[in-house]
Every structure is written in structure tokens, then in C-alpha cells.
Design a binder for this molecule. Structure first.
Ligand code: HEM
Length: 370
């Protein structure tokens, strides 16, 4: 289906609003022909659930429930679910497995929400597909963690894939948010995710912060693998000295702080947008929070509530570092139908080529790379 046809759909939708059956109305609500509040709500739900599963996975590890279900995909060789005799650990581990269905439901709703727009909102569509595919991927790695009796490298991989999915969900929310903001409105200039001034330096710093964030996440999992919270009293541990690997984990944090502070100064000197400035301030806030909890847990014998807080912080950091980079470096600028002269959103006698030229002059790189 072409983007042109889609916009015609939207146009007719208003006229047929009252004559549609309840089934048709539900279908149009779940599978809209424009980016709606529902699309945005499901995108935000994707992000929240992806961050949430990091925390609930952490709760499994910290309550030593990692082998609460001793096998996979069944909970025990005989039973799909946990049994009362397995105690609290069985409930916690099986409860976490059950959350996979919540994640799947949200991912399917997201795919449905963009399905009728898939031909033109390609970036959003593909992000939704990858998020959906990530769930079976995570289920399989989750199964491997159980079958390897909580090998710390496999546990790390499980956590890092979740962080990666958080990054993708953050991109999804930004793109849906932009389309939602411009949807239905008049187009005066090409709306772009990068909606304020950037320079090669600010873009480089945002990318550096993203890379440093990832190095911190990876080294953090090595600290965890060397520490006492393996998910089960018998779980294998790395041979590294926890004090030494903690020092390695903190080095990229210091570099990250330096990079983000320089970026903060620069975005206030440039004609940055409010969204760009907020994205950097949000990073400052999450790093301060995360580093404080990190030091607290380190000097206080790793209390599980603090470690859980540190895990929530990692999910938030994965989101916010992606958001900050997206708002400096993204090439996502507008939707095809914006330059469709038959679109209800296209109001003026503006040659599409002019819109493209304007976008390029403003530093946004338009085109298929979206
Ligand atoms: C931006 C800042 C930080 C980020 C993004 C971060 C991220 C992480 C991650 C991803 C983990 C592994 C979680 C897991 O595998 O379940 C971790 C563990 C850990 N981090 Fe950090 N961290 C940060 C700052 C700090 C700081 C400043 C300290 C201070 C010493 C610290 C101390 C620790 C410790 C001790 C662990 C192991 C916890 C355990 O045994 O379960 N972190 N961190």
C-alpha cells in the first residue's frame, strides 16, 4: 500500500466515523491509518516493559531464584509451571518467565499499531519487528542461563541483550513521538528529530557517551559475575578480583561524566532545542544517581535493594544515552507523506525539493537513511 493511499484513508476515515461497525472501529483503533495516541502509548509501553524486565530479572538473581525453575523450557522436567513444593524461588523465577508474555503482548500490539502504515513508516515498522524478534531471542538466552547453571558470561549476555532492546525501544519512542507531533498539523518546515543546532563536536561527544555507556554496562556485568549475587548459592563465578574489576568498571564512568559535562556546556552555547538540552540534563541526572548507588552498594556489602536500584539505573541509562545521541545525530527527519502533495498535512504550494533543500541547509540529512 502506498503512502498516498494511506493519506486518502485518513481523509475518508473522518467521513465514515459514524457509519463504522464496532468491530471496524476497534480494528481502526488497534491498527490506525495514522500515528495516533494509541501508537505512542504502545511505544512507551515497549520502553517501560523492556526496562522493567531488567529489574525483574535482577530480582530473580538477587533473591537467589535463578534456578527456581531448574530446567527450561519447562519449569521442571514434569511440569510447565512451578509447584508449591518449589517454594518462593519457584514463584519468583516462574513469575519472571511469565512476564515474557506481557512483553510479547506489547510487542504484538506495537506491530499491529504500525501495520497499516508499514509501507511508509519503515523505520518504526522495522524497530517494532526487531523488538518482537528480541523476545524469543531473550527467551532462548534465558533458557541457556538455566541450562548452563547460571554461567556468568551467559547471564551477562542475557542482561546486555535487554539493554540493547531498551536502546531500540528508545529509538522507537522518539520516532513515534516526532510523527505524532507533526501528524495532522501544517508543515512549515521539515520536522526533524535533530531540531536544534549541532556541530561535529557535539555529535562526536554524543556518540562517545553512547560508546562509553556501553563499555560501562559490559564491564558492570563482569563485576557482577565476580561478586556474590550469582542467582544461586552454587552458581559459578569469575576468577577476577572484584575490587580490581570494579575499578575497571568505574574508569569509563569518569570518562562518561567528562564527556557529558562538556556536551552540556556546548548545548547551552549553541542554538540547541529544549529537547536536546533536556536530553543532556537527563543524562547528567541518571549518571549522578547511578554512580551514587554504585558507590553506596560497593562500600556497603552489596545490599540487594541497592543492587536492584543500580539495575534500574542501567535501564534508564541505556534509554537516556540513546535519546541523547538520537537528538544530536539522527538522520530521521520527516515522513514520506509530508512531501506527498495530496497529504492533508501538506498545505502550501511548496515544492518537495524545497523541503529537502531546507532540511539539508539546517543540517538534517533527509532521505532513505531514516
Ligand atoms: C553510569 C554509571 C554506571 C553504570 C551505567 C553502571 C552499570 C552497571 C551494570 C550494567 C552492572 C551489572 C548489572 C548486572 O549484571 O546485573 C553494574 C554492576 C555493579 N556496579 Fe555499576 N554502573 C555505574 C556506576 C558504578 C559506580 C560508580 C560504581 C562504584 C563502585 C559501581 C559499582 C558496581 C558494582 C559493585 C556492581 C556489581 C553489583 C553486583 O555484584 O551485583 N557502578 N553496574
Amino acid at each position: 500500500m502506498s503512502g498516498f493511499a494511506l493519506r486518502d484513508d485518513v481523509h475518508t476515515q473522518h467521513h465514515t466515523e459514524t457509519s463504522r461497525s464496532p468491530v471496524q472501529r476497534t480494528k481502526d483503533w488497534l491498527m490506525p491509518t495514522s500515528v495516533t495516541g494509541w501508537t505512542m502509548a504502545v511505544a512507551v509501553a515497549s520502553l517501560i516493559t523492556q526496562i522493567g524486565i531488567i529489574v525483574t530479572g535482577g530480582a530473580v538473581r538477587l533473591t537467589e531464584s535463578g534456578l527456581g525453575c531448574p530446567t527450561w523450557p519447562k519449569c521442571t522436567p514434569e511440569s510447565l509451571t512451578n509447584t508449591p513444593e518449589m517454594g518462593i524461588h519457584g514463584y519468583i523465577e516462574f513469575g519472571n518467565r511469565t512476564l515474557t508474555f506481557v512483553l510479547t503482548a506489547v510487542a504484538v500490539l506495537m506491530l499491529l499499531a504500525i501495520w497499516r502504515l508499514r509501507a511508509t513508516y519503515r523505520a518504526i515498522f522495522w524497530l517494532s519487528i526487531i523488538l518482537l524478534c528480541g523476545i524469543p531471542g531473550q527467551a532462548v538466552i534465558g533458557g541457556m542461563t538455566v541450562l548452563t547453571e547460571l554461567n556468568p558470561w551467559v547471564v551477562s549476555l542475557h542482561f546486555l541483550l535487554s539493554s540493547f532492546l531498551v536502546c531500540l525501544a528508545a529509538l522507537l519512542v522518539n520516532r513515534v513521538g516526532l510523527e505524532r507531533r507533526i501528524g495532522g498539523g501544517e508543515v512549515e518546515q521539515v520536522p526533524s528529530l535533530v531540531d536544534g543546532e549541532t556541530t561535529a563536536t557535539t555529535r562526536g561527544l554524543a556518540r562517545a557517551a553512547f560508546v562509553l555507556g556501553w563499555i560501562t554496562l559490559i564491564l558492570g556485568t563482569v563485576v557482577t559475575g565476580s561478586g556474590p549475587h550469582g542467582g544461586d548459592a552454587e552458581a559459578p563465578r569469575h576468577d577476577f578480583d572484584p575490587a580490581v574489576v570494579t575499578r575497571w568498571h568505574v574508569i569509563p564512568v569518569y570518562l562518561l561524566i567528562a564527556v557529558v559535562i562538556v556536551l552540556l556546556v556546548l548545548v547551552h552555547r549553541l542554538a540547541s532545542s529544549q529537547r536536546q538540552r533536556i536530553s543532556v540534563w537527563a543524562m547528567v541526572a541518571v549518571i549522578v544517581l547511578q554512580a551514587s548507588v554504585g558507590y553506596y552498594q560497593h562500600f556497603n556489602g552489596l545490599p540487594i535493594v541497592a543492587v536492584l536500584g543500580h539495575m534500574l539505573g542501567t535501564g534508564l541509562l541505556a534509554w537516556l544515552m540513546t535519546n541523547m545521541m538520537d537528538r544530536q545525530c539522527s538522520s530521521y527527519s520527516w515522513h514520506d507523506t509530508v512531501v506527498d502533495p495530496r497529504s492533508p498535512r501538506f498545505t502550501a504550494n511548496v515544492d518537495p525539493a524545497t523541503l529537502v533543500a531546507d532540511a539539508q541547509a539546517e543540517g538534517a540529512s533527509p532521505g532513505p537513511a531514516r
